[in-house]
Design a protein around this ligand. Structure first.
Ligand SMILES: [Zn+2]
Length: 234
């Protein structure tokens, strides 16, 4: 059930705080009242992908009932979001900072826009899991022990799931985004690799390059089903 549009301006409930960013901003999570979580969805770990946070926030605000089995982090990198940077306030790409076996200390690059070569430099952090936002997310996943995680990104237009899980296939059917088993380049220290090392299923949900309004039109319906637990897997 969805709320009337008039009510969608505000959240139904208050979030809990699972940590603080480097700039001391709250790291917030919306939890089911029971505290029992099957699916964790997070957005905004790359601050240059604010569309993921807006669409996830709208999907959460549209729910008429409290969360039942899903937990939601709208902004995993709030410092990056307020500064409009991919990395956190220390210039670290958080999605290369997770304490994985393949974490590496060299700078990583990303594309300014899709048409350009990957040449914009960011740090991977001083050590694996060096950043407060990374540490908080690691501790959160350990505490919640979800059955799966959906990590939202843009703009690669796919459902990246090496296991090609039923959940990824369902999301793919709903969104017409293809299931892929990798983004085509190495991602050492990524959240996905960190989950894989723990046998924790993770779907990296990559929005296509579209306006926020178009993303809402195209992807809000399936996302509200995930959040409300009315998809087939919770
Ligand atoms: Zn991203």
């Amino acid at each position: 059930m969805l709320r009337s549009r008039a009510a969608c301006g505000q959240f139904l409930s208050e979030p809990e705080v699972y940590g603080k960013s480097f700039l001391n901003q709250r790291l917030e999570i919306w939890l089911p009242p029971s505290g029992k979580v099957r699916t964790l969805v997070f957005a905004g770990i790359h601050g240059e992908e604010p569309e993921t946070s807006v669409v996830l926030s709208r999907s959460l605000r549209a729910l008429a009932d409290p969360l039942e089995r899903c937990a939601v982090v709208v902004a995993a990198n709030p410092d990056g979001l307020i500064r409009g940077t991919r990395g956190n306030a220390r210039g670290v790409d958080l999605n290369r900072n997770f304490p994985t076996q393949d974490w590496q200390p060299d700078s990583v690059t990303h594309r300014w826009v899709t048409e350009e070569p990957s040449e914009v430099l960011l740090s991977t952090g001083g050590s694996p899991g060096s950043e407060p936002e990374t540490q908080a997310l690691v501790a959160l996943v350990a505490k919640l022990d979800p059955a799966r995680v959906i990590a939202m990104h843009a703009p690669l237009a796919c459902m990246d799931d090496p296991e090609e899980s039923s959940e990824a296939c369902w999301l793919s059917e709903q969104t017409q985004l293809p299931v892929v088993s990798g983004v085509g380049y190495p991602t050492p220290g990524s959240f996905g690799t960190w989950c894989a090392e723990r046998q924790l299923p993770v779907i990296t949900y990559e929005f296509p390059r579209k306006s926020v309004e178009q993303l809402v039109l195209d992807y809000f319906p399936a996302l509200t089903q995930v959040l409300s637990g009315s998809w087939p897997f919770d």
